[in-house]
Write a protein that binds this ligand. Structure first.
Ligand code: ZN
Ligand code: ZN
Length: 301
């Protein structure tokens, strides 16, 4: 039998994670190729967090984990309802698919009656998806459906001492949530933290989320995209946004035009530029960072 450590990233004795994409797309930094899929083994069941967009890969990971732990899957938890995290959920239609109610409501109209041109919309979005053909066939084959276990704000799964606490916080999207395991000293952050390119968050409340994570006894933060980071990374993200907000407020007072804001010399240096994997000028790095800075600048009055 293949050693799972060669195939996937083992985070703790009971947790594996992996890029939720086929090998040929690895190293291609488009978002759908960098989202993560995680398996947490509880005493009598397996719980997965997010499933990416690639049905064949999600199936293989699930089967490998069920074999490795000799347990059955009970839940798939979706951190938020963005395509790059849930399009392969067909693989989990036999178990509870847990998702924030607010996110389920947002995608409901598109799932119940996909817009005529949704295939074209998605296929056009080649900057985000290198495998748009797969998404189109998922939709065409009716393999896109609503999660069967929506929850309002918070939910707990698993027996005493092994609980997974799931909470909706907002931040990156209205329905952004995270999963916390005290036992594994682990948080699955969803897209409120990404390590493969610039942070993509738009709600000031996210600072409180980061502060809360910093207060937890957690060693492993499995990000929405990229890899696993430590608490220092979370602190760096929080400090960056705190500095960014105070600088942008000052610049607003000086009426700096929006077009000049992203390159203003007073802005704090984005810490991610020093991290492994940063590509200066790569679309999802520099471009997203500029976009995020502009959105925040426009928020401040
Ligand atoms: Zn997202
Ligand atoms: Zn994402």
């Amino acid at each position: 039998m293949t050693d799972m450590k060669d195939k996937y990233i083992q985070v703790t004795e009971n947790v594996f994670t992996t890029l939720a994409t086929r090998k040929e797309f690895r190293g291609d930094l488009r978002p759908a190729n960098t989202s993560l899929m995680t398996c947490i083994s509880l005493p009598g069941e397996l719980v997965f967090v997010d499933c990416g967009m690639n049905i064949a890969f999600a199936k293989e990971f699930r089967e490998d984990m069920e074999k490795h732990f000799a347990k059955k899957t009970s839940h798939l938890i979706l951190t938020h309802m963005h395509e790059d995290h849930f399009m392969a959920m067909e693989v989990f239609k036999d178990v509870k698919i847990v998702a924030p109610e607010i996110g389920v409501e947002i995608i409901k109209p598109d799932v119940l009656s996909p817009p005529e041109d949704i295939h074209i919309q998605l296929a056009k979005n080649a900057e985000e998806y290198s495998d748009s053909a797969e998404i189109v066939s998922t939709i065409n084959n009716g393999l896109w459906f609503l999660p069967n276990t929506p929850y309002a704000n918070e939910m707990t799964i698993g027996p005493e001492g092994h609980e997974l606490v799931i909470k909706v916080t907002g931040g990156h999207s209205k329905d952004s949530s995270y999963i916390y395991s005290a036992k594994e000293k682990l948080v699955c952050t969803g897209d409120n933290i990404v390590s493969s390119y610039a942070q993509y968050v738009f709600d000031p409340l996210v600072i409180d989320v980061y502060r809360h994570w910093e207060s937890l006894d957690v060693e492993h933060f499995i990000t929405g995209h990229g890899s696993i980071v430590d608490k220092k990374f979370i602190s760096n993200v929080r400090k960056y946004f705190e500095e960014l907000f105070s600088t942008l407020k000052q610049l607003k007072k000086q009426n700096i035009p929006l077009a000049e804001i992203a390159t203003h010399p007073d802005l704090p240096e984005y810490f991610g530029r020093k991290e492994k994997g940063w590509v200066e000028g790569g679309a999802m790095h520099t471009k997203w960072l500029e976009f995020v800075i502009k959105v925040w600048y426009e928020k401040f009055t």
